[in-house]
Design a protein around this ligand. Sequence first.
Ligand code: PGA
Length: 250
Amino acid sequence: MRSVIAGNWKMHKTVAEAVLLVKELLLLRRSFPADVEVIVAPPFTALQAVSRSLRGQSSIQLAAQTMHWQDTGAYTGEISPTMLMDVDVRYVILGHSERREMFGESDAYVRLKTMAALAHGLRPIVAVGETLEEHNAGRTMDKVVSQTRAALQGLTPQEIARCVVAYEPLWAIGSGMSDDPQNANAVMRSIRGSVEGLQDVPLIYGGSVRPDNMAAFAAQSDVNGALVGGASLSADSFAAIIRATQNVPA
Ligand code: PGA
């Protein structure tokens, strides 16, 4: 199965900074392993400029960090799937824990957004993950399985095949404390078994992924890549993470 390495730039980078970063990545693209799908998710304001910089090449794909599920309407501040398609976005991160925790994005919203993305030809990267409290209470599997089922409920096998699922334990995001790779693998195996059709879907790990720990994650049977926050903000560290998918320790 192909690997996916996605950089989530969150609320970082002006237009000029975003274009610079993507140009630096394009210069490094010959060092990327052939079977890794590389994705960057700049903030909305930089999507169009980054899209222009990426035109005519296929080594880096463009993602948005969230979207609304309606095409148009009175939804102040929101961006629709049609608007993302208009600037050649291909992927959209849905249900990131920062959206769920800070902006009230419920399982029901994530489901509506997943369906809307697929209906418009966008590939959803659906993020799931447990809080520290749930982790300590032994509720990790229940949480991620229920979030995954809620997001993908009612989709056809063909639709599920177009998704990516990101497992991001909340306590590992931005904390410098990544999950133990074997532990993450066990959780991701449960995710894979939770919905029919996920057998052939890339499952990616997120939470303090860095160049020095990526290979250990890539070595796991059910980890097919990573969703990277902080370490995706510099071309050198993001490219090192992309290369590390092939540097799997014996
Ligand atoms: P991090 O963020 O790599 O900075 O921990 C990951 C994410 O939130 O997607």
